[in-house]
Design a protein around this ligand. Structure first.
Ligand SMILES: NC(=O)c1ccc[n+]([C@@H]2O[C@H](COP(=O)([O-])OP(=O)(O)OC[C@H]3O[C@@H](n4cnc5c(N)ncnc54)[C@H](O)[C@@H]3O)[C@@H](O)[C@H]2O)c1
Length: 268
């Protein structure tokens, strides 16, 4: 696979770094392009990949393209890549938030097999949660390629496109919900006398550890919760307080609000 990266900003660089670390691709097979020299320099420094002049050069030389520009730059980048590809087939993996397969395919020739993805920012530290869906011309082998690349920076699943707004509302926007929870837990620690820095570390590590328990044991969160809730103990006292304040309903409502907003913004 010759992997071309169009848009070597934060996410493009993070995804390539992860793919390299996981051995999903080697630096010798990667070329990036970005009109901003500072972004390109940071990309090459982080990845050791080669650079190309523009998206047309990537389209000409790479069979697989990671499209990682901001959504409003995607159509122009795709047109340039198509010009460079000059009719040759290409797999294009887009990470542009909210751009539908119809929109992406509308800016690309039929020889471009498109995959739309929704990663989240923890991909930057190898702990992303990503969902992707296949366009009209993308094959099962293309889905496997996308899965291999995206799994290198966390957990990845394939979903039908109609669920992409749900993904946006849950894992796309989700890191912010968890930051708020970590901040609030840390406030609780500070209220009880712990220092701010220690409180944030304890809160964040508790979230990390609990998440790892869910992922590694495969147990339902309710089972794990019951396992640490002794009769008449501290944990049930806290859980009763959380239920009184509707934390569960607030979380469901938060995801629901983000899903509705994603639909309003035009994703499907
Ligand atoms: N950062 C996030 O939280 C996040 C999460 C999920 C998805 N995304 C998606 O990832 C994409 C990139 O986001 P980011 O935060 O890395 O943005 P960024 O601004 O850091 O990177 C985008 C890069 O694309 C470059 N670019 C623009 N036009 C180009 C062209 N024609 N050819 C080559 N490069 C071009 C820009 O110069 C810039 O360096 C966005 O579409 C965003 O929706 C971001």
């Amino acid at each position: 696979m010759k992997l071309g990266v169009i848009g070597c900003g934060k996410m493009g660089t993070a995804l390539v770094e992860g793919a390299l670390k996981a051995g999903a691709v080697s630096a010798a097979d990667i070329t990036g392009c970005d009109p901003v020299q500072a972004a390109l320099d940071a990309f090459t420094q982080a990845t050791g990949a080669a650079t190309a002049a523009d998206a047309a050069a990537i389209g000409a030389s790479c069979d697989t393209i990671l499209l990682a520009t901001k959504p409003h730059d995607v159509a122009a980048a795709l047109k340039l890549a198509a010009k460079g590809a000059n009719g040759q087939p290409r797999l294009v993996i887009s990470i542009a938030a909210g751009l539908t397969l119809t929109t992406l395919e509308g800016s690309a020739p039929d020889t471009f097999r498109i995959i739309r993805t929704m990663p989240n920012t923890p991909a930057m530290v190898g702990q992303g949660a990503t969902a992707f869906c296949r366009g009209t011309h993308a094959t099962p082998a293309d889905a496997e390629t996308a899965l291999r690349l995206l799994s290198a920076v966390g957990h990845a699943i394939e979903v039908p496109e109609r669920l992409m707004n749900a993904v946006t509302g849950l894992s796309g926007s989700g890191p912010a919900y968890v930051y708020l929870i970590i901040e609030a837990l840390a406030d609780g620690g500070v209220k009880a006398g712990l220092g701010r820095a220690d409180s944030i570390k304890l809160a964040a590590q508790t979230v990390l550890g609990a998440a790892a328990m869910v992922m590694e044991t495969g147990l339902h969160p309710a089972v794990l919760k019951d396992m640490v809730t002794s009769p008449g103990g501290t944990t049930i006292a806290a859980l009763a307080e959380m239920e009184k304040h509707g934390v569960r309903a607030a979380m469901i409502g938060a995801v629901d609000a983000a899903v509705r907003r994603a639909a309003e913004l035009g994703g499907s």
